[in-house]
Design a protein around this ligand. Sequence first.
Ligand SMILES: NC(=O)c1ccc[n+]([C@@H]2O[C@H](COP(=O)([O-])OP(=O)(O)OC[C@H]3O[C@@H](n4cnc5c(N)ncnc54)[C@H](O)[C@@H]3O)[C@@H](O)[C@H]2O)c1
Length: 359
Amino acid sequence: MKPIGVGIVGCGGIVLQNHVPGLALCPEARLVALCDTDAGVLARAGQQTGVGAMTLDYRELVARSEVDAVIIATPNFVHAPIALAAIAAGKHVLCEKPIAMNYAEAKAMADAAQKAGVRHMTAFTYRFVPAMRYMAHLVKAGAVGEPYHFRSCRLQDWGTRAVGWRQVAKLAGTGELGDMLSHRIDYAHLLLGPIRRLVADDRRFHDVRDGQVSDLEDWIGIMAEFARNRASGMLESTKVATGRGSGARSQDYCEVNGTEGSIVFQLERPLEIQVTKQGEAGLRTIPVPEEFLKWPGSARDPHAGDPAFTFRYDQDVEFIQAIVEQRPCVPSFHDGAQAQAVMDAAVLSIRDRRWVDVA
Ligand SMILES: NC(=O)c1ccc[n+]([C@@H]2O[C@H](COP(=O)([O-])OP(=O)(O)OC[C@H]3O[C@@H](n4cnc5c(N)ncnc54)[C@H](O)[C@@H]3O)[C@@H](O)[C@H]2O)c1
């Protein structure tokens, strides 16, 4: 079989951390072209990957005949135009989260991909954490019964450090909401299904980060109602939890309580979950079973490397497998758009200071 040619648009942090090692696990895929508007970043990515076909213009990359699939890892404001150009050229697309600046853009991307018959995937990376996969399996199998509560808490300490395009509304759309909470909104959808309505609030504690203006929120909180069982959702995410650290070793906590039991996930402990059931007095820690330690079909050795990072490679495996098997990717642009609908509702709720139904 001819290898699947992959082109990457936006060659910054996340590409080198997640997607390049992820693609290396896929014998069916070959990285064939790179694009970045920053010539220095592009040259460095070329050196690190050995890929010679490089361009500053994404239109050139998506037009290349050897490119079958495109990974988009630019700042958020250009996700939609790049994705739509790639789809129009008949390419499969894996797009970083949040996939768009608002729900209308995200839906247009999902509709265009659906119509063109190309594979489409949202990089909701934390769905691939072994503990999250196992938690989702247990919830679906009825281990917690009918859900009462979903709770998610992402605490990091980024202090007053500059975060580049992430602190600029016209480049990022939203701050902590899109950057961090979008993943946790996706946990909520994965575990309990659609959020029906919500009320939200946010704060910006730092108008300036390392001398650069910030016009986006550092903290976001959402209180939600799910369609299923009218379960309640509490979602909170912050960049200013002083002293709590940052990245994979800082708090990313998610809990579901239901009629039969409760399950707790923590990103810091990606290979175990905590469970309890009716009649028990507290949580028990259990290991994630072997079959959930990696994505089915992934060539990754789940016992090699740092488990706080290696699961991330499985999302590229899923993208390539879906292309080979001609089936929908999980999570798709529909999942990305669903999260975006919740984000739009949160933005509206904050603006109008009221409960908002999710589109
Ligand atoms: N899934 C995850 O866990 C995760 C983690 C980090 C970042 N992200 C997402 O990945 C995306 C990129 O984040 P990052 O941390 O790698 O950012 P980054 O700033 O490190 O890299 C982005 C790159 O895109 C380039 N770029 C900007 N406009 C471009 C254009 N029009 N065409 C081509 N290249 C362009 C920039 O020059 C830069 O090199 C964002 O959407 C972010 O939210 C996802």
